[in-house]
Design a protein around this ligand. Structure first.
Ligand code: HEM
Length: 406
């Protein structure tokens, strides 16, 4: 299976796992998207404000991008979107806020040449919905559920169109992600119809409780490079991980600040929050592992230079833990001693074990899907990940383990 340079084929024939997306099967309309953006641009005021943003033809642009893939959107449309972005750049921050979400979204539509990981996942857009009426914590929690519900919808629809073993396994794994986020212990139904019914109910409930700005971010942030169904799944999983990393990083930064104030019990609550969030990662990796290796080879060819090794959220956690958080925990231990700080260190050690387990799972999946070829981020690939999985989050705590039970 080789990608044609115009995006028209020969992509695989079917839809769902191993095939193209539903959007690709429906087909795109480049002309309609170009015409709509031209018309909008001709009538757009300067500076661009909320009324003009509300008229922006997001739907035909997204339809086209998802049908052919971002890599094949076409020079004319990409050029138009770039022109709009340049009109927005360089203004005051308040003007950029008035034009939301365009300043955060447009760069990801026009970074075909030389774009990085953040642009691939539209990370600035994912980070953007919080505001005066939407606290960052609520925005991130809503976003996790909305992304998981969108992924579930994608895979359950694919199962309905073309039932098959791997597609079923994937749809069930996606249900597992949303179940975990809802703290729902319902066992996944075995019949496809029952699975679809339960998924539909959960998706509807999620939509009802999701803040409108988060709904918009979820809708706009799916911009795969290819028309392949599996890439849509991959983008959503990476976005879920990125949102998770952000929340884990926020909880651990707050735990560090609490420890600096010697508020050990508060720090323990925050570390428990981080551990609870990290507990979603096995469910997410159960989805990722359904990626067919031959499809991922095509996705990789379209995402060179966009490796998760560039993830700022992931790196922030490792830097924070091995640096100021570990330091604050050791200081609190020296200043206060006692059972509370020993328990805190035990909590951190358990978090470290879960983090390293996540890294080992990632390494195992990498071996299964790409074998021993180098990574798209310029490392040796699996061998790099094997070594990285052995590096603890809290080296100083790992060097002096604490034997106090929780
Ligand atoms: C098909 C599945 C995947 C494969 C084959 C894969 C492969 C790789 C490879 C080869 C690397 C090494 C860096 C490089 O040269 O690119 C890497 C790094 C990384 N990947 Fe993945 N990956 C997969 C899925 C994911 C997912 C879903 C996430 C979630 C965000 C993720 C997060 C990371 C992170 C954070 C790193 C940097 C790790 C470090 O520096 O310790 N990967 N991946």
């Amino acid at each position: 299976m080789v990608a044609a340079s115009d995006g028209a084929g020969p992509w695989p024939g079917g839809t769902g796992v191993g095939g193209v997306s539903e959007a690709a099967a429906r087909g795109g309309d480049r002309r309609a998207a170009v015409t709509a953006v031209h018309a909008w641009l001709a009538g757009a005021p300067a500076p661009i404000g909320p009324a003009a943003v509300a008229r922006f033809p997001f739907a035909p642009v997204l339809r086209h991008y998802r049908a052919v893939g971002r890599g094949y959107a076409g020079d004319e449309l990409v050029g138009l979107l770039r022109t709009i972005h340049s009109r927005l750049s360089g203004g005051h921050a308040s003007r950029a806020r008035l034009a939301w979400p365009l300043p955060d979204w447009l760069p990801s539509t026009a970074d075909q040449a030389g774009g990085g990981y953040d642009g691939y996942l539209a990370v600035p857009l994912l980070d953007s919905p919080a505001g005066a009426d939407l606290p960052p914590h609520r925005a991130a929690a809503d976003l996790l559920r909305a992304l998981a519900a969108d992924l579930l919808e994608l895979e359950v629809r694919a199962l309905g169109r073309r039932p098959g073993r791997v597609q079923r396994q994937r749809a069930r794994a996606c249900l597992g992600v949303l179940a975990r986020l809802r703290a729902d212990a319902v066992p996944p139904p075995s019949a496809d119809e029952d699975l679809a019914e339960l998924a539909a109910a959960w998706i509807a409930e999620t939509a009802e409780t999701t803040a409108p700005r988060v709904r918009m971010v979820t809708e706009l942030s799916l911009l795969p490079m290819t028309p392949l169904h599996d890439e849509q799944m991959f983008v959503r999983c990476l976005q879920l991980f990125e949102t998770l990393y952000r929340r884990i990083g926020d909880a651990l930064a707050a735990a560090r600040d609490a420890l600096v104030r010697l508020a050990v019990e508060r720090a323990r609550v925050l570390v428990a929050d981080a551990a609870g969030l990290l507990a979603l990662s096995p469910a997410l990796y159960r989805v990722v592992t359904t990626m067919p290796p031959e499809v991922f080879a095509v996705i990789r060819a379209h995402t060179d230079g966009r490796s998760a090794i560039q993830s700022r959220g992931f790196r922030r956690i490792e830097t924070l833990c091995g640096g100021s958080l570990q330091e604050a925990a050791l200081r609190a231990g020296e200043r206060l001693g006692g059972v509370a700080t020993a328990r805190l260190c035990a909590d951190l050690t358990r978090l470290d074990e879960a983090w390293c387990a996540m890294k080992r799972t990632h390494w195992g999946i990498t071996v299964k899907i790409i074998g021993t070829v180098p990574g798209t981020g310029g490392t040796t690939g699996a061998e790099y990940l094997r070594r990285a999985a052995a590096v603890p989050l809290f080296p100083a705590l790992a060097a002096r383990p604490v034997g106090v039970p929780a």
